[in-house]
Design a protein around this ligand. Structure first.
Ligand code: PNS
Length: 162
């Protein structure tokens, strides 16, 4: 049983995240999409909203035979991964600029838990510039974000600012 954790803030989930999950589904039997509870970060969506949106949109993607579930977690990610008996961490890398931070995290996580591998995956080129941060920024300034996030996300974002 190959189980991976795909951790992140997912505020909100983007089409880039979904692309990574779909690719991960070809490698793992189970992927736990793990939403970090981070009280220090000002969020657009609450943890519950993010988990709810993720659960909904994950029903719409090609998961192959992979079991994909959504959970939230607090504290050290490697500790959470150990509790879930995961073999790997999945992280998406869009551009070389992501690499430095991701490498630091991967090596720190390896130091903390040597048996847990980090697997870097590249999303489709069309999502190489898509980030939750920029999606929120352009949306809040009045731009459409269709094609960058699932339709449900855009709809929930509109409801949120009403
Ligand atoms: O989507 P993000 O915000 O880039 O994800 C970052 C995340 C959640 C993967 C990272 O902040 C994390 O793992 N936080 C949990 C706390 C932890 O384990 N920190 C040490 C990382 S080396």
């Amino acid at each position: 049983m190959r189980r991976a954790i795909y951790p992140g803030s997912f505020d909100p989930v983007t089409n880039g995240h979904l692309d990574i999950i779909q690719r991960g589904c070809k490698l793992f039997d189970e992927i736990i999409v793990a939403v970090l509870v981070n009280p220090e970060k000002t969020a657009f969506f609450t943890i519950e909203e993010r988990c709810d949106i993720l659960s909904e949109v994950l029903k719409t993607i090609d998961r192959s035979d992979c079991h994909v579930l959504v959970e939230s977690f607090e504290g050290l990610m490697v500790q959470y991964a150990a509790e879930r008996e995961a073999n790997a961490i999945v992280r998406g890398i869009r551009a070389i600029s992501d690499y430095e931070y991701e490498l630091q995290m991967a090596l720190m996580n390896r130091r903390l838990r040597p048996g847990l591998e980090t697997v870097f995956m590249m999303p489709a080129e069309e999502y190489s510039y898509v980030s939750s941060r920029l999606v929120k920024e352009v949306f809040q300034l009045g731009a459409r974000v269709d094609g960058l996030v699932p339709a449900l996300v855009e709809q929930r974002m509109r409801e949120k600012i009403k």
